[in-house]
Structure formats: C-alpha cells, structure tokens
Design a protein around this ligand. Sequence first.
Ligand SMILES: Cc1ncc(COP(=O)(O)O)c(C=O)c1O
Length: 373
Amino acid sequence: VKQGTPPALRFLENAIASLRRDGLLRERVPASSATAMSFCSNDYLALAARTSQRGAVGAGASRLMAGERLEHAELEQAAADLVRMPDALAFTSGYAANVGTVAALAGREDLVVSDALNHASLVDGARLSRARVEIVPHLDLGAIDAALRLPRSGRALVVTESYFSMDADAPDLARLRDLCDARGAALIVDEAHALGVLGPEGRGLCAASGARPDALVGTFGKAFGAGGAFVAGCSTLVSWLWNRARPFVFSTGLSPALAAAAADGIRLAAREPERRERALKAASRLRTGLGGLGLDLRGFGHVVPWIVGDAVAATRIAERVRARGIDVRAVRPPSVPHGTARLRFTTTAAHDDAAVDRAVEAVTVALVGEGRP
Ligand SMILES: Cc1ncc(COP(=O)(O)O)c(C=O)c1O
C-alpha cells in the first residue's frame, strides 16, 4: 500500500534530510551477495550456519508464567559453566539483558558509573534505573575512582564492556575489580564481543584477568552463532533478575529453539578451538596488512577499527571497498563519537589468508580512488 507521510509525522522528513546532509543517515544495504566476503559480521566463530534448529520456536509466555522450558535450564547451565559462575539467566537479547540488569541493580538513590563508550543498552539501563549517572572518560580508572568517592546516599554500580566493540580495547579488569571492592561498588561487565574468542579457551577477558564481576553479561548472537543472551553471577543475583529485570519479567521467554541453538554454539566453540584461532590469526594478518597502508588502526584482537574521522568520507570509502567484493560498513555517530567515524572490520573463523589479502587489496584500491595512494 503506497501512502505518503501523514501530517503528524512530517517533522521526520526534515530530520531524515538533515541526517542525510551530515552523512549520518543509515539505509538498508542489501545482504551480502554470495560472492562478497563479509568483514563486518559478529559471527566470529562462523557458527551461525552450523547451529541447527530443534525444539519449539515459541516459549508461549513469559518464563514467570508458563514459558519455562527445559532448553532454558540447559542453556543457563552451559552459560554458567562457560564463565565459571554459579548461575545464569537467559534473556531474549543482549540489549534486554543489559537494560534489565542495570535497571534492576540500581535505583533512584544510587550511583551508576558508566564508561563513555559503553553500548547503548548499558546506557539505556542506567537511564531506566533513574539512578544518578556519572559518565567517565573511556577506560579511565582514575575517573571511576573519583566518581566513587563522591558523596552518595545509596549504592554504587560500575558498568563496563570487557572488549569494546567499536574500539577493540579493554579496561584493566583486575584493577577495576580491586577499585570496586575498595569503594564498595558492584561491577557489571558486558563480555558480548569477547566471549568465545578472547581469554583462556575463549572464556572472555574476565577469565583472562582473574577478575570476577558481580554480573557478567554474554550474548549468544555473536560468537555462538545463535541469538539471545545471558547474565551470570550468584544465585541471589539470578533470583533478583527473575523478579525485577523488566525485559525478562514482562516479555515472552527466549525461544526454546534459539536456546537449544545457543547451547549448541557453546558446545561447538569448545569442541572446535581452531575456530577461535583462525579468527585471531586473520585479525593479526589484517592488522599487519592495513597497518602497512599507514591507516589509523585501533585496539587489539578480532575487531579492527580504522578511524577515518569524517562520516561522509567513511561511508564513501566503505562503498568503494564493498565494490571490490569485501563487505564492510562505516560506523558513524551516534554509534561512535562525532569526528570518529570508522570502518569496523571484524575477522572470523571463515577468513583464510587469501580472504584477508583480498580485503587489504580492496582497501588499497579504495585509497587510490580517494586520491590517497
Ligand atoms: C557490547 C554489546 N552489548 C550488548 C549488545 C546487544 O546484544 P544483542 O545483539 O544480543 O541484543 C551489543 C550488540 O548488539 C553489544 O555490542
């Protein structure tokens, strides 16, 4: 049905035109063609095509009502075992897990200390909590300490990612844990992009640093090739989230079929460690290749951000690279701060040396097209 914008929504036309002018409008890019090689997927272990469907698709109700299925308990056990925590609770997405957990652990009287580059879901959880929010400069432990020393009437909660998905860097988790202990703060760590790939046996960066957060968030939609997410911690935490995490309580339970696929993803990742090794080997080859072109690359590991700066230029360069059969996307504000638009390459177990070399070649040609040989 063709229909113009109704009068009450006309203001959106101006807003969209303004986004387009600033190079910030996101439009659908068709799914990669069969010949394009994706360097922008979070399917880090190339398991999405391997996880299969079994079990019912619909949970039929909230888990609190009639939506509880065996697949949920099995997945939660596998997730808790993966991160060596006593218990875990499965959510329908990482977004829901973060919003629900932060908002369930902080209230009006409390303080949430949040890294400036935290994912939108952590930011939205802090907003929903109605706590006072102190946003601290990225990875700045001194600023976290200063925020925790401020006079407060309630509790404090420090929220961070373990492997920042747009910058590929990481906080010093061991020192952060010590700092939280010293100041009586709880620590939530989102391991969405680290789990399955980084740390001992792919168990994440908390495991690598020996730091135990009070709540550890992981997603099944990235390295584990399925969908949904979990929050792991003590059983008291899980019991509280069961009762108070709004996106969990007031929403249909995670699809049992997806829960079974996620459990498969965890099992496959453990059984085939060479997937993790391939993703990391490809990353190191890509970093060497792109670094040789003199690009401003950041961080470490399987996410390889190239900071271009200008959003319009980043979009144009991404198009030039895609024209060479390498699928990569420009990441622009508001996903990243203004002036730091970037091409975010990710490597996966599907990338061999030839694929990485093709990507470097595509960027080389794109730079020539930009008059930057
Ligand atoms: C750091 C981080 N946390 C959480 C999420 C949300 O996870 P999900 O895609 O499962 O909603 C994402 C991205 O999707 C993310 O990058």
